[in-house]
Design a protein around this ligand. Structure first.
Ligand code: DON
Length: 305
């Protein structure tokens, strides 16, 4: 039996030499002030046991990790129809790149790059009811924390600087792949990205993906087995943007990152593991988090292969 607590306690110390090699995201001004040398790691096993070390209980801006959960909500409502509006191929480009979007007539490569997430959110907004409440309630349910919320300062800061995301949305609207109002879409996109969760909460929220849709702590099948399989597959091939290949080589697990410095990784049938380290590499993924996940999977022999 692996002693996860011992492994996490070791990693918290072992990653220290990696501090200072990455850079905190500053293109969203409200994120620029996050203390760079924070580090947390949490593991949640299939039976709901939690192991944690470092700043694992501190909330941070989930940013693009939210795309993983909004995708679940939208798949629950629209099923396979979503794949007519968004692809499932790695893009090989930056998460907010516009390059292929014009070449490919407004159909984003996958749901995890920004244009793909915007299309997914446009679908959610087309449903009757309050999409803000839907996102917040789903994340509260998944994380088992009824007080979870979006940080309005971070959301406003991104909204006021979301020039590239607006351009992506308008380009797609021009091609007929965004149906709703672009400003309304920007507002809710910034709201979802500014949700604050800790490593522990994200590890719990990821459990249905590890359990073929079912989660013991939630006592229910949150998504179908097939949806869990498909989301994990798209995460493995697209979740870490243009460094997805080297991340898969180093870590060996499907994962989703955010520019807040979080990474949530899923080991199917076994566990979830979430890291937080605000300093990012050149691809927008946590530098220290990637190093920590590599150590974790090497030490515990956890991988999909
Ligand atoms: O749209 C943005 O630029 C951010 N709200 C989210 C980007 C992000 O987290 C990319 N992930 N590493």
């Amino acid at each position: 039996m692996t002693n996860y607590q011992l492994v996490l306690d070791y990693i918290v110390e072992a990653v220290r030499p990696q501090f200072g090699k990455g850079k905190v995201a500053d293109y969203i001004p409200a994120l620029a002030g996050v203390p760079p040398r924070k580090f947390g790691i949490a593991v949640c096993t299939m039976d709901g046991q939690i192991f944690k070390a470092g700043d694992a209980d501190e909330g941070f801006s989930v940013q693009s990790i939210s795309k993983l959960f909004v995708l679940q909500l939208v798949m629950q409502h629209f099923g396979n129809m979503i794949w007519t509006r968004v692809g499932k191929e790695p893009s090989g480009d930056r998460f907010n790149s516009m390059l292929r979007l014009e070449q490919e007539q407004g159909i984003p490569r996958n749901p995890f790059i920004n244009p793909g997430a915007l299309v997914i959110l446009d679908l959610l907004q087309s449903l009757k009811g309050d999409a803000y409440q839907r996102i917040r309630n789903y994340l509260r349910f998944l994380s088992m924390n009824e007080t979870l919320d979006s940080n309005p300062t971070v959301a406003d800061s991104e909204f006021n600087h979301a020039h590239v995301n607006r351009a992506l949305a308008h380009l797609m609207k021009g091609y007929g792949n965004i149906h709703g109002d672009v400003e309304a879409l920007m507002e809710i996109y910034c709201f979802q990205c500014a949700m604050e969760m800790s490593c522990v909460e994200l590890a719990i929220a990821g459990l249905p993906l590890a359990g073929g849709g079912y989660s013991r702590p939630h006592e229910t099948a949150v998504i179908s087995k097939s949806q869990a399989k498909r989301i994990n597959s798209v995460m493995l091939t697209c979740g870490m943007y243009d460094s997805v290949g080297s991340f898969a080589y180093r870590v060996g697990l499907p994962a989703k990152s955010g520019v807040g410095g979080g990474i949530l990784a899923v080991a199917p049938e076994k566990l979830t593991v979430c890291t937080w380290g605000p300093e990012l590499d050149a691809y927008g993924n946590s530098y220290v988090g990637t190093a920590a996940l590599e150590m974790f999977t090497e030490m515990t022999h956890t991988s999909i292969s």
